[in-house]
Ligand binder design. Sequence first.
Ligand code: ADP
Length: 498
Amino acid sequence: MAVVQQQGLLCSEWLKKPKKLLIDGNWVDAESGKTFETYNPATDEVLTKVAEGSKADVDKAVRAARKAFESGPWSKMATHERARLLYRLADEIEKRADEFAQIETLDNGKPIKESRWVDVVQVVETFRYYAGWCTKLEGETTNVNSNFFTYTLREPIGVIGQIIPWNFPLLMAAWKLGPALACGNTVILKPAEQTPLTAIRLGELIMEVGFPAGVVNIITGFGANSAGEAISNHMDIDKVAFTGEDKTGKEIVKASTGNLKRVSLELGGKAPNIVFADADLDAAVKGAITGIFFNQGQVCCAGSRLFIENSVHDEFMTKLTERVGKMRQGNGMDEKTQIGPQISKEQVERIMHYVGEGKKDGAKLVCGGERPQGELAKGYFVQPTIFDGVNNDMKIAQEEIFGPVLSVIPFNTMEEVAEQANKIQFGLSGAVWTRDLKRAHKLASHIKAGTIWINCFNVFDPQMPFGGYKMSGYGRELGKHSIELYTNIKSVWVNLAD
Ligand code: ADP
């Protein structure tokens, strides 16, 4: 195993320690004794071994979470105490922001600047935002008639399974844990097998700041026929929250039917990013780049279908390809890197397959489309890739590639682009670049997607809900909407009649 040695690396000692499962407040080996390796995508080297949890470990974790829920160290804790622990957790993550960013970049590959200044910053904000909610959860009193006193209680759901992906490992953990814990639930969290490390480090801090045993359990391991599946079909888990591929989402829904557990899903996307001729084109070029190349294109809300109004198409493409040509691709640990490696060899293969499909369907490859050679050849790199002259019906325009591949679709009229924007099975996000307010708002209402950005792209805040229309899933995370996902409402009737 290659021990990562680099100047200024804060996590080299930590990486050497065994990586176990967090169950009932203890770090334990998997029942099977099995481990799996996690890789540095920039170098294809093994970073460390991690305990491989499976059904037996999930069962143990569920028992611990059930005990912690029913006996009440969390669900019945004074809400200001719960808030205090979540605030403390946010503070401790913030103190170790550089360390978290390094672990994330080593495990996931993303540029360190993004890990540090996007992911970790948002993680801290998310925990703080939901810490604030602990003391603001309320039921209602209602006036049915004078013979009754009626009110509602907002209660935690119970034991929650959370299955998260590898593209924003720590941030997805925060989006899931923050609201679930604020509402008084207990949790079994399963990070993706490609990126288990920041969740483990987070689990250590959760215990250090004083969360009671069993409130947060972390099971590292695989999905199908393993820990993920054991969570989604568990008869004593009350709700499962999932972020990942649409195919996996369907499996999770099927597996959930045994006890009809609540399910919320945040799945894929194929967002239309629409540029009108009257837009600030320089801003739109930057937005198009962020839209598709941020996080190596491994973003469910990526602006992978770029619609450009024909009258500015050539000018826009010149500006776009010039900028993309200057992007620095490299090891994410290098501060200057703007685009890192993909997560895995499998993803590289999938992306290269779609590059082939684009060529076959007659789209015009204007940049990228290859794997870089030289120093980067050993990592999981794919060049930033742009196809022009794409038709909305082509595979590269309809299927989620989850990589740095942009499909440019020229258009002539608002009506035409409005129709094409919605001709897709997904509905997670969309963007419109124009100076015409009427047009912007009309499209914002017309596009069937959970988030619309006007003259911006990929902006997030824990206050703003996020989630999908159509096959991009159901349920809204973030904002007060996540509180709905993690609570039940109970109606109480008190007979006052004489
Ligand atoms: P990808 O295919 O890009 O890795 P997935 O949707 O398969 O994305 O993975 C997201 C998360 O879902 C990961 O934590 C993974 O282990 C988990 N997972 C994959 N398959 C299943 C499954 N059948 N049941 C439950 N969890 C799964």
